[in-house]
Ligand binder design. Sequence first.
Ligand SMILES: [Zn+2]
Ligand SMILES: [Zn+2]
Length: 134
Amino acid sequence: MHNDFLSRLKATQEKNVEPVDVEVNVEASEIRITWSDGHQGIYPFIHLRKSCPCAECREIRHQNQAKKGGGLRILSGPVPTAQNLALVDLFPVGRYALGMHWNDGHQTGIYPFDFLRSLCTCPSCQGTKREGKS
Ligand SMILES: [Zn+2]
Ligand SMILES: [Zn+2]
């Protein structure tokens, strides 16, 4: 069983996995993605929104990190929270990514499949990440 797990993990890293089923659960504010290797991924909206890989969001995160501890908030605009965030649209981008359109108007986030896969919050992926560090 352990070997099987390791070989599956290896397969994920070497092969390009892609979503075979995507289910948006509005009530739970999360997306569930079934991957081509059979993995069921769980992706809360807020987690996806905060991990947005577009240049704009990366810059905002960078600035937030730089002024951590400082009291002044220079950036304006609504801060997404788990309560008011909603996914307006989910659309395929080429054959490698999903684009997400959020209700805060943001729609430049393109999530490549391998990146999306790495964002998975299911217990097994969270456990893998922790174990992988040691
Ligand atoms: Zn973004
Ligand atoms: Zn997972």
